[in-house]
Design a protein. Structure first.
Lengths: 545, 183
């Protein structure tokens, strides 16, 4: 702490445990709530950056032919949109939620390693800035797709000067998430209130614990894969170079060994938040708590042994195709358990439909649709038709946008009143929900048809028979993009006072039965649980009658 | 935070860091693991390493079957060569030996080392396509402006399943000059 800040603190002694004053607070903070806020605001910013890139893509695809951007820049946009949304928006948003919520939910005073926590955040910022800097380089940003497949990504026409920057950016982002994951595991294992057993933990904490292990296991593998790309390009190794005895298909295997757990890294905390919100508004305990925990763990385990379903078309032997097909279908079992449990939680509940609940219900319905298209593509022979078409684009956007992103919005509406002590504007919240839900379907549903009809992904121009559905999809995209400005408005408005209504400690009716955080005052004080709670809510452990 | 919790946290963090570093190593270990799995034909069949020199065996020629073999040649954007198959297409009987020629020329004024890599379509037939002699077995050295006609002698193993009527064999010449100098 600097001398200047010390002096400041002496003026009002009763605030000596409060935050630092001024901008420095946000740079040097080790407080889990401050870091959580930083992560969330950074993710929100990146959501709009990545979203703008999506708008460029949809504008170009509004009509056949080349209208606004040249093909190389278009491909940069698809590549950067994915990288920014995955590593800059969705993952950091969940880390932000973890920072805010895990200590509150398990009765811990802070994260286990607060200084490392600060460092993970600033390394994330450095990584994303490094990635963004490639946009302004000679030859443009990486444009070989976010998967960075060789040999394409290593060819001069695709990389320009950007490749080493993209690779180092991935290293920084990887180190940042690994540090975040280590911190989360240490917090959950060592900082829990003594009264809270592992099987008392809220589902959000459970899902993050499992996600953190996934991160530690696979982020280093990705770092290794991109390092191999780098040495192949600049140091004449031949990991993926056929001329030197390497094999580009090897990269696909290594990448997807990381890539498949990575998609669960983005969805498991989503499941956790949904399992937290739905019981509150259904006014019932979560149905099948233990099965939820086991389903999460099974999904995490299965994620390591199904990677090659991303590459059915590379020429695998039949035995390989069959194994990866059946293993992939197995994932539908624990996922089905989860969807069943959410539905059963709502069954005969005294439901109310505030914005967080609306987003959660939309998540259950639309995520399930994304899951079904996933099952279609798990069928290896059928996948040959869907592979690299808009069908896969529609599939993973259904599992990411109306699932992960919707649940992040739901989490915002659900916990912002707790964090700020202000109520958001419910009317605008509901407007945001309906606009988003309708437009997200106009945006992505037609892409199924485009894919089945054979429109390839990652192309700036297309044959005229795809024109109508692309135009409809683009219109949906523009409405969806514009609707998110409402969310931005609501977040800023709520932080600055919202409706002016004073929220209670519980915020939502009987919420204190469902989680420790609702027993704290609203707004949440800067320091909480300096003495751990002596009892914890265990309603979720009870089965519903 | 009490001292003992703090110690526990650091200990756990260190353990997890070791896991992360090990997983980085595991990423590299996947390279030899992949080679082994390919050898066992579990996940990939048409690796360049599979295409090896085979000793000439006398097969019974199956005159009743005729398979079309197409020869393609590919040069990537910056490879300064001319490369073509002198025979574009050949109808063959399984079990009978054939020789075809490929023509390649170095268009630069410098010595050049290049390596040809084969790719089959359908991928899974590579095991039935046996080469007795091929320019693809080793790296080729071209003097400045040198042109070569290079032979390839092959046979299709008569055990090839019935359903294969057409085989496409594609060669890509990679410029290895820079790589060879540096190694």
């Amino acid at each position: 702490m600097s001398a200047a800040v010390d002096e400041h603190d002496h003026h009002d002694d009763h605030h000596d445990h409060g935050p630092e004053k001024g901008l420095l607070r946000w740079i040097i903070t080790t407080n889990h709530k401050d870091i959580g806020t930083l992560y969330l605001l950074f993710a929100l910013t990146m959501f709009f950056v990545g979203g703008s890139m999506a708008m460029v893509i949809r504008a170009e695809l509004f009509e056949p032919g080349l209208q606004f951007v040249d093909p190389a820049f278009f491909n940069s946009m698809t590549t950067m949109h994915a990288l920014v949304m995955v590593f800059g928006a969705v993952m950091p948003a969940f880390v932000g939620l973890a920072n805010w919520q895990i200590p509150l939910m398990i009765g811990a005073a802070d994260m286990a390693l607060p200084r490392m926590n600060n460092m993970s955040f600033w390394m994330l910022v450095a990584g994303v800035l490094l990635l963004a800097s490639t946009l302004f380089m000679e030859g443009g940003a990486p444009n070989g797709g976010w998967t960075l497949y060789p040999p394409l990504v290593l060819q001069p026409i695709t990389v320009g000067k950007a490749l080493p920057f993209a690779v180092f950016s991935v290293h920084l982002l990887g180190i940042s998430s690994i540090m975040g994951a280590i911190n989360i595991i240490a917090t959950i294992f060592n900082m829990r209130a003594p009264a809270m057993k592992l099987m008392d933990m809220p589902l959000f904490v459970w899902t993050w614990l499992i996600t953190a292990f996934l991160l530690i296991a696979v982020m280093p593998v990705f770092a290794g894969a991109v390092t191999m790309l780098l040495t192949d390009k600049f140091f004449h190794t031949s990991f993926f170079n056929a001329a030197g005895g390497g094999d580009p298909v090897l990269y696909e295997h290594i990448f997807w060994f990381f890539g498949h757990p990575e998609v669960y890294i983005m969805i498991l905390p989503t499941f956790g938040v949904a399992s937290t919100i739905i019981p509150v508004f259904a006014r019932k305990p979560l149905f099948g708590y233990a099965s939820m925990v086991w389903a999460t763990a099974s999904i995490a385990f299965l994620s390591f042994i199904v990677w090659a379903h991303h590459m059915f078309t590379v020429g695998m032997p039949i035995a390989g195709e069959l194994y990866f097909m059946y293993a992939t279908m197995l994932i539908a079992v624990p996922t089905g358990v989860k969807v069943f449990n959410w539905t059963a939680t709502m069954w005969k509940g005294a439901m109310t439909f505030e914005t967080p609940m609306l987003f959660s219900i939309a998540f259950v319905v639309l995520f399930t649709m994304g899951g079904f298209t996933g099952l279609m593509m798990a069928i290896a022979p059928a996948d040959f038709q869907y592979h690299d078409t808009y069908f896969i684009v529609a599939h993973f956007h259904y599992t990411l946008v109306p699932a992960s992103v919707f649940i992040l919005m739901a989490a915002g509406y659900f916990w912002l009143p707790k964090w700020t002590g202000h109520m958001y504007n419910e009317k605008i919240g509901q407007l945001h929900f309906w606009l988003s839900t309708i437009s997200v379907n106009i945006l992505f549903f037609p892409q199924h048809f485009l894919g089945l009809a054979g429109m390839p992904r990652r192309i700036p121009d297309y044959a005229v028979q795809f024109a109508d559905w692309n135009m409809i999809s683009s219109v949906g995209g523009f409405i969806f993009g514009a609707s998110q400005l409402l969310f931005l408005y609501i977040v800023i408005d709520t932080i600055r006072g919202g409706t002016g209504e004073k929220v209670s400690d519980e915020v939502w009716e009987d919420a204190a039965k469902h989680g420790l955080e609702w027993t704290l005052p609203s707004p949440t004080p800067y320091h909480t649980w300096t003495t751990p709670p002596t009892s914890v809510p265990t309603e979720h452990v009870l089965d519903s009658h | 935070m009490t001292d003992s919790t703090s110690k526990k946290n650091l200990k756990l963090a260190r353990t997890l860091l070791v896991v992360a570093v090990t997983m980085f190593g595991f990423g590299y270990a996947l390279v030899p693991i992949y080679d082994v799995l390919c050898e066992w034909k579990w996940i990939q069949r048409d690796r360049p390493d599979d295409i090896k020199k085979v000793p000439e065996t006398a097969y019974t020629v199956d005159v009743n079957r005729e398979i079309t073999v197409e020869f393609l040649t590919v040069l990537n954007e910056s490879t300064p060569m001319t490369f073509r198959a002198e025979t574009k297409q050949l109808k063959v009987h399984p079990g009978q030996y054939y020789s075809v020629n490929f023509y390649a020329e170095n268009k630069t004024n410098k010595e050049m080392k290049a390596r040809a890599i084969a790719s089959f379509s359908p991928a899974l037939i590579s095991q039935y396509f046996e080469k007795i002699e091929c320019f693809c077995f080793s790296e080729q050295t071209f003097k400045a402006k040198e042109a070569k006609t290079m032979p390839m002698r092959f046979v299709i193993n008569p055990e090839i399943p019935e359903q294969y009527k057409t085989i496409t064999l594609s060669y890509t010449f990679f410029d290895n000059t820079e790589r060879s100098v540096n190694n």
